[in-house]
Design a protein around this ligand. Structure first.
Ligand code: ADP
Length: 437
């Protein structure tokens, strides 16, 4: 009689190239069913667009069919769902499997072009994709897709994205109209907040967020709020841009968003009558790898018309785009398996409960946490002196809501109206250990 372990053992020779381990040890094989000689099982991959999906399916069928006594094999392919924590990030993004930032440290390197081409390419693979253009300094989606005077609809106070060939699009340009780009910080942040929190994306596999260039406050706020699963940095291989790449990496690292890799744009050109790649600024892929340990996901040449997405199929034959989508799916998949679980922080009567990923738990007294707040209203910024007098904290102080910020902290709203405190995981550990100052 056939056994589960016979079935599993037959597939131990199938190695996932990204993890260098066999698919059985990686736990990809689920739900093995054996009825006489009929065998069925599911192969659960890290991402629905795994580039080696078809190969895995064929290899599994072949391996299991070769077991004596097996008369039929049915292999179902599926993909892991990322573990979204309740209350994590923004509600409208809860139904989006993978939220990615497409960022650049300087303007004009082709970030928006790459973000748009990438969104179209993933959508062509049959996945559900959205592109959100938050570039307040020069929203590009209206130009790239040639969308003039869009009719943006609202439903239940939510913005409904436009759809172009199945790709969902929202742009700060759609809501800002012709408002001047020279706006004060708070106004700009207001628009970004609105579009981030009030767009109804529905269920998506991927949402790409085209970020404003640079690493200022607006970018940091976005990164903190959107709970990104990863970021891609677009740059030209110009040494000046490389200096800025370092800044970008640091910004994402600060809030624990993994940078999945770099896209080098306008790296070379191929002239009309020769096949040779002319690298205008030298070749920087190895420099990026040496300096930042980051992989180059793809190198794009200078291509005339690459920014014209009024026909979304134009990039279908672009080899670097295929390379980018493949490498990106692999990087996302890898990350999904390696993803560290985050603590779950919930308000309880009298205390705040922190469930750590290792299974341990802390119960922090509300009063201790409120007293340990280090926001600018509670601590003097320059001297570090406490402004908040702990004696004034009400005995019935209670957290009314707790939101996870990015992958690194929580913000807590209290019943005394205070809401500006941010508590990193480290800070919560310190409070648990009795360090409240
Ligand atoms: P960013 O979002 O970084 O400001 P854009 O995507 O708006 O950059 O591109 C800046 C300019 O460079 C645009 O005129 C665009 O058409 C052009 N461009 C971008 N990538 C390429 C490319 N690979 N080949 C040729 N032109 C490009």
């Amino acid at each position: 009689m056939l056994t589960d372990s016979q079935i599993l053992d037959s597939m131990r020779g199938i190695i996932d190239p990204d993890f260098g381990k066999d698919i059985v040890s990686l736990g990809f094989i689920k739900n093995v069913q054996i009825t006489g000689g009929d065998v069925s099982f599911t192969v659960e991959l890290t991402t629905p667009a795994c580039p080696v999906k078809d190969q895995f399916k064929a290899d599994c069928e072949k391996a299991v069919s070769a077991i004596p006594g097996v008369s039929s094999v049915v292999v179902e392919m599926s993909a892991m769902k990322p573990k979204k924590k309740p209350g994590m990030g923004i509600n409208t993004l809860q139904r989006v499997d993978t939220v990615l930032a497409v960022s650049s440290c300087k303007g004009g390197v082709g970030k928006s072009t790459i973000a748009a081409q990438l969104a179209c390419a993933i959508q062509r693979e049959g996945l559900r994709v959205g592109l959100l253009d938050t570039d307040i300094y020069g929203p590009s989606v209206p130009t790239l897709f040639n969308i003039r005077q869009p009719q943006i609809m609202m439903r239940d106070n939510m913005l409904i994205p436009l759809e172009v060939d199945g790709l969902k699009l929202m742009s700060i340009g759609f809501v800002m109209g012709d408002a001047p780009a020279v706006m004060r910080g708070p106004m700009v942040s207001g628009y970004v907040q609105q579009i981030l929190q009030q767009t109804d994306w529905g269920d998506l596999d991927y949402l790409l967020i085209d970020m404003p260039p640079g690493t200022g406050d607006i970018q940091l706020t976005l990164v903190q709020q959107a709970a990104f699963d990863g970021a891609i940095i677009v740059t030209t291989p110009h040494s000046l841009s490389l200096v800025d790449v370092a800044r970008g990496i640091l910004m994402f690292e600060k809030v624990n968003v993994p940078v999945l890799g770099i896209v080098e744009n306008m790296a070379y050109f191929i002239c009309d009558n020769c096949e040779k790649k002319h690298y205008l600024f030298g070749q920087s892929a190895q420099t990026l790898k040496d300096r930042f340990g980051l992989d180059t996901l793809a190198q794009f040449p200078i291509i005339e018309g690459i920014s014209n997405l009024s026909d979304t199929t134009l990039g279908a034959d672009l080899a670097p785009l295929k390379e980018l989508t493949n490498n990106l799916h692999r990087a996302v998949g890898k990350r999904r398996i390696q993803q560290e679980a985050l603590p779950i922080v919930t308000p309880q009567p009298g205390h705040i409960r922190v469930q750590w990923p290792d299974g341990s738990e802390d119960q922090l007294l509300n009063r201790d946490v409120r007293a340990a707040c280090q926001c600018a209203a509670c601590i003097e910024e320059y001297t570090g002196q406490q402004i908040l007098d702990p004696e004034t904290i009400a005995p019935d102080i209670q957290a009314t809501s707790i939101d996870t910020l990015g992958n690194y902290a929580v913000s807590i709203v209290w019943n005394d109206g205070h809401s500006s405190g941010i508590f990193s995981w480290e800070r919560l550990k310190e409070i648990a250990a009795g360090v409240t100052a």
